[in-house]
Design a protein around this ligand. Structure first.
Ligand SMILES: Cc1cc2nc3c(=O)[nH]c(=O)nc-3n(C[C@H](O)[C@H](O)[C@H](O)COP(=O)(O)O)c2cc1C
Length: 205
């Protein structure tokens, strides 16, 4: 097994002037260690999420939080697609995110609810990284099954499921996932996504 630091070194984003170490160090592992996430760590991580920005300060985010093999963890795990169950079994924490569909102040559709749940989830994953933990988002889950299992009120949409914990041994993964766990990450360049006066032309010099 490559040492922890060697894996982290491969997964770190390549140094780009001034980007925070916290951001460079965040990535989405699939192999988690058995070590539990403490209640104090969970409180810190989710408290951080509360301070994300949101449209009208609606704070449309809600979460269901399960610790390994408690009934919440078990129900979230059951809602995951098989491809995600093949690695998420090792996560000491599973949580699911939900978005309140309407704005409380006027009852209209909140078109930014999922955006804001994403902002809270990003904040959560960065706070987790700062504590030496990692979060891995999952779109591969059965939303109807999840909502049914928890009797989620109809004014909320299931957005994503997340695995959370310390990194584990990549050897515990099925082979294809082990290779991905040890591969460098990649991104589009800023010139491909940050445009100037003409759509498609780079804005950054
Ligand atoms: C909303 C969301 C849904 C995702 N769904 C899945 C998923 O179902 N299964 C999976 O293995 N990874 C999933 N991912 C992880 C992405 O594949 C991963 O973030 C991406 O490849 C970039 O890698 P990095 O997070 O390590 O930088 C998801 C990530 C997000 C944010």
């Amino acid at each position: 097994m490559p040492s922890d630091d060697a894996v982290q070194e491969v997964k770190r984003s390549p140094a780009t002037g001034g980007v925070l170490d916290l951001i460079s160090n965040r990535w989405s592992p699939r192999a988690f260690a058995e070590t539990a996430v403490t209640d104090a760590e969970l409180t810190t991580i989710f408290s951080a999420g509360l301070w994300a920005a949101s449209c009208y300060n609606e704070q449309p985010w809600r979460f269901l939080l399960g610790r390994k093999e408690d009934p919440v963890w078990t129900k979230i795990f059951a809602s995951l697609l098989a491809a995600n169950q093949s690695w998420a079994w090792s996560a000491p924490v599973l949580f699911a995110s939900f978005a309140k569909k309407t704005l409380t102040h006027n009852g209209e559709v909140n078109h930014f609810a999922r955006h804001d749940v994403g902002a809270a989830s990003c904040t959560i994953s960065l706070q987790a990284t700062s504590l030496g933990l990692h979060a891995h988002g999952m779109a591969g889950f059965n939303a109807a099954q999840l909502c049914e299992a928890f009797q989620v009120p109809s004014e909320f949409d299931a957005v994503a499921c997340w695995a959370l914990g310390r990194r584990g041994d990549p050897e515990q993964l099925p082979e294809a996932l082990r290779t991905r766990e040890l591969a460098p990450r990649s991104r589009k360049g800023a010139d491909e996504v940050v445009f100037g006066s003409v759509w498609g032309t780079p804005a950054l010099r």
